[in-house]
Design a protein around this ligand. Structure first.
Ligand SMILES: Cc1cc2nc3c(=O)[nH]c(=O)nc-3n(C[C@H](O)[C@H](O)[C@H](O)COP(=O)(O)OP(=O)(O)OC[C@H]3O[C@@H](n4cnc5c(N)ncnc54)[C@H](O)[C@@H]3O)c2cc1C
Length: 523
């Protein structure tokens, strides 16, 4: 079997790249070890029949707003892609009952902010107005390949459009921690907490430099556009991509574990499947795997470039994630108010200090006494997720150690995830119960995946790292995945990397797949 381009793994970035290459006339073959394509984007009935849970990613806003989507929206819709919009995006209640939440309707959000601080309500509006003119430049940066030429072009446009003062302010924001940025802009602890929680979705505790960008972008983008989930499940996106790719002549083979990449003629030209089958690549082998797996496992003797291989082996991962999926007789009754039932995301992360504690406990190897909990109420927005009148809850737990050295609360004695997962899920549910009394009694079924389970199901989620490698400044932008190799190439001719480990990083935005495919296809 022979293709122009052969892909290792069917994550959404690989699928996006394969679609673009196939539409430019390349023959493409995508080989995936799991029984279904999609990697960290999948929907399964893991609790009870009829309850459709997004096992990992659920917020498809990055995808819906991506350059790839802009080009292929019509074709993907024909192949079944459909969204369910969320007007009420995210909210953070506090134990005192005070809360802040962002709804797409600006007046609603501003009225909530004004109850906490009139000054902050005004700042929210002015920040949103600035976002309108800043966003094109910021998104241009995030959507540009990390080359000197692209950066110079993006910088030149920003300088002409916004001036040097704006560029300096933006550079300062990009270098700021969430706390520095939020304390400089808002006085309400509730507003600060609601925004800072987004940093915890990546590996940005409130005091980590470079962490301000995502809380700012997600908050302003949600205020401007609302959020979206997949209609019927996040897998609507993957099914549509696979169907479109197949219609373009591409091949997607699941249950195909790639165990080796060969570079027979000095360039990558063959992949080998478990069982020995060889697949030939005429122009490109594209590996959607983590850097360490590429150089230590798939290439038997590395790339031949000692510095690249050493950096790839040292690629850093962020702290782990646990997922708790619940089938529910009803949504939680949030003590802070009935209104919270309408929101897609409820962050149980009431202040920056507790986020900082959870983050540093996880980094030290301890089970956090109180982790950050993200409760997704997808079925409130998309009732097809559960049998009539019933609901799903998507609970993401941040941040957790890959290897457990201790328990900051001192009650869980287990030191491996096999035995610690269920007791820790109990702790998570007790915390939800505190914010929404009566929740436990509504649980009909429960399914838990620990950080170790995440990695077992998808080897790219190393130690349960949901974002495909740390996004700290030392491993982002020009340094992602490895300094000097930010443009998807590797030291081996015809061998490329794609996916969350590469620029622009984790999330369902298909950025690396689309940029790589455009580079290979010449546009
Ligand atoms: C719990 C969780 C929640 C998340 N929530 C969101 C969210 O709400 N919104 C958002 O935008 N992002 C979210 N993310 C992040 C986002 O889902 C990922 O960053 C993104 O899906 C990664 O895509 P990828 O293309 O890099 O590949 P992946 O999705 O990692 O897929 C890689 C694929 O390659 C396969 N593979 C690996 N090695 C081999 C091999 N040797 N042979 C064959 N196949 C192989 C794997 O099995 C896998 O299917 C979340 C992630 C997690 C884990």
């Amino acid at each position: 079997m022979e293709f122009d381009a052969v892909f290792v793994g069917a994550g959404h970035n690989a699928l996006a790249a394969a679609i673009h290459l196939a539409s430019k006339g390349w023959s493409v073959g995508v080989f995936e070890r799991d029984e279904t394509a999609g990697g960290a984007i999948r929907t399964e009935e893991v609790t009870l029949p009829g309850f459709r849970h997004d096992i990992y990613a659920t917020n498809l806003g990055l995808f819906a707003g991506s350059a790839f989507h802009t080009e292929y929206a019509g074709a993907l819709a024909k192949h079944g892609l459909a969204y369910a919009p969320a007007e009420h995006c995210f909210a953070s209640p506090t134990p005192s009952g005070r809360w802040f939440g962002v709804s797409k309707d600006l007046e609603t959000t501003v009225a909530r902010a004004a109850k906490l601080s009139e000054t902050d309500a005004a700042r929210w509006q002015s920040m949103l107005a600035e976002f309108g003119s800043d966003a094109p430049h910021l998104f241009a940066l995030l959507g540009s390949p990390m080359t000197a030429k692209s950066l110079a072009k993006t910088g030149w446009k920003a300088w002409r459009g916004k001036g040097i003062g704006w560029m300096l302010d933006t550079a300062r924001m990009l270098a700021s921690s969430p706390r520095e940025f939020l304390e400089a802009n808002f006085e309400s602890p509730e507003i600060r907490a609601a925004m800072a929680a987004w940093g915890m979705h990546l590996d940005f505790g409130p005091d980590v430099a470079g962490g301000a960008l995502f809380p700012y972008l997600e908050s302003m983008a949600d205020q401007s556009f609302g959020m979206v989930v997949g209609q019927g499940g996040a897998d609507t996106m993957i099914k549509a991509m696979v169907s479109l790719l197949t219609s373009l002549g591409g091949t997607v083979r699941t249950g195909a574990d790639v165990v080796e990449i060969r570079k027979g003629s000095g360039r990558a030209d063959t992949i080998v499947l478990a069982g020995g089958e060889e697949i030939r690549a005429r122009k490109a082998v594209i590996a959607g795997v983590m850097p360490k797996a590429l150089v230590s496992s798939l290439l038997t003797d590395g790339t031949g470039n000692a510095s690249f291989d050493a950096s790839a082996r040292k690629f850093r991962h962020g702290p782990g994630t646990m997922m708790v999926h619940l089938a529910m007789s009803d949504l939680p009754d949030w003590a802070a108010g009935e209104e919270l039932k309408q929101f897609l995301y409820i962050h149980l992360a009431p202040d920056l200090d507790m986020m900082g504690r959870a983050y540093s406990q996880a980094l030290a190897g301890d089970l956090p006494a109180e982790p950050v909990i993200v409760v997704g109420q997808q079925s409130g927005i998309d009732p097809t997720r559960a049998p009539e009148g019933k609901h799903t809850l998507w609970v993401q737990v941040r941040a957790l150690p890959a290897e457990i050295r201790g328990d900051a609360a001192g009650t869980i004695k287990a030191r491996d995830w096999k035995t610690a997962a269920e007791p820790y899920a109990d702790r998570v549910i007790e915390i939800i119960e505190r914010y929404a009394p009566g929740t436990k009694a509504k649980i009909l079924g429960r399914y838990v995946e620990s950080p170790a389970d995440l990695e077992r199901r998808n080897p790219n989620l190393v130690g349960g790292d949901s974002a495909g490698g740390s996004h700290h400044l030392s491993q982002n932008f020009l340094f992602r995945p490895v300094p000097g190799w930010a443009r998807y190439r590797t030291p081996v001719d015809n061998l490329y990397m794609v996916g969350a480990a590469t620029w622009p990083g984790g999330g369902a935005g298909a950025g690396s797949g689309f940029m790589l495919a455009k580079m290979l296809a010449g546009g």
